[in-house]
Design a binder for this molecule. Structure first.
Ligand code: ADP
Length: 270
């Protein structure tokens, strides 16, 4: 355990009553509500970096004879452009995921590979904050899915664990098989999520703390993408969190049909 946060082991029980499972039914109802605000939200989210870019361009023009200031402003332009680029990429991901396009064929995917790729993609950000990412749990699980989407989902969870953790902390990612699903749990001992916000963090553009989110460079779309990946796969995502202690996000994806029943569902196969 890290700061009182239980890391899931192969036999640990599910997190307690604060665990919140988002199911397809809730999803459908909520999507309708959120869709109405979507265009307005996108406009607002784009306005901020675009406004910053315009101001920075003006500042560069005025600082033409101060090379140091020009460098500084240019750096900030690059930063804002990065942010804008990520926002646009994530918007495209999200619109692909939430309908419109048919889901590519589901094929057997190795969970170990998904986790390894996601850890790889988060390594630089983790290193910058001196965060360790520990990989554990059950090896060799195979799910039915779209590998690129699963990698995106686990990467988003890991990126959040990094963004909302203090430097020097530990992050754990672990897989296990349970009732026909692979559960991939990402645990951090970071800032945690207040109870009142917990059920909303999967909404597009919802952030617990706007100012913190903008300093971490977040778009507010990461968890919405994870939620869509989960539901596209017939799975789910849930969160356990305690303010000040940390968070565990658990992604559940149906296991591929294997030769024999998994250890926790003896004799269940037809
Ligand atoms: P963002 O790009 O802002 O991180 P997300 O959709 O990924 O957007 O997350 C939504 C919000 O949920 C975040 O702004 C943050 O407030 C909260 N959050 C997500 N993951 C964590 C975490 N591991 N620890 C604490 N807060 C988190």
């Amino acid at each position: 355990a890290v700061h009182g946060v239980r890391l899931h082991s192969g036999t640990a029980p599910l997190p307690g009553p604060v665990a919140l499972v988002l199911q397809d039914v809730t999803e459908t109802r909520r999507t309708e509500d959120v869709r109405r605000d979507f265009v307005a939200n996108v406009g607002h989210e784009l306005k901020t970096p675009v406004g910053a870019l315009a101001l920075l361009a003006e500042a560069i023009q005025q600082a033409a004879d101060d090379p140091e200031a020009v460098q500084r402003f240019a750096g900030r332009i690059a930063h804002e452009a990065d942010r804008l680029g990520r926002l646009v990429r994530e918007l495209i991901d999200l619109s692909r995921l939430q309908g419109g396009e048919p889901l590519p064929e589901l094929v057997p995917v190795d969970v170990d590979d998904v986790i390894a790729e996601a850890v790889d993609r988060t390594r630089t950000a983790a290193k910058a904050k001196e965060l360790q990412i520990a990989v554990g749990g059950q090896a060799g699980l195979v799910v039915r899915g779209v590998e690129s989407q699963l990698v995106t989902a686990v990467t988003n969870l890991l990126a959040n664990a990094v963004a909302y953790s203090e430097g020097g902390n530990r992050i754990a990612v672990a897989a296990r098989a349970r009732s026909g699903f692979a559960e991939i749990a990402v645990t951090d001992s970071g800032v945690g999520i207040p109870r009142k916000d917990r059920h909303r963090v999967f909404e597009r553009f919802y952030r617990v703390d706007q100012s913190r989110a903008s300093s971490t460079g977040g778009t507010g779309l990461g968890l919405a993408i994870v939620k869509h990946v989960a539901s596209n796969h017939g799975g789910s995502v849930s969160v356990w969190s305690e303010e000040g202690l940390g968070s565990t996000f658990t992604l559940r994806i149906p296991l591929a049909i294997t030769d024999g029943p998994t250890s926790d569902e003896p004799g269940d196969s037809v």
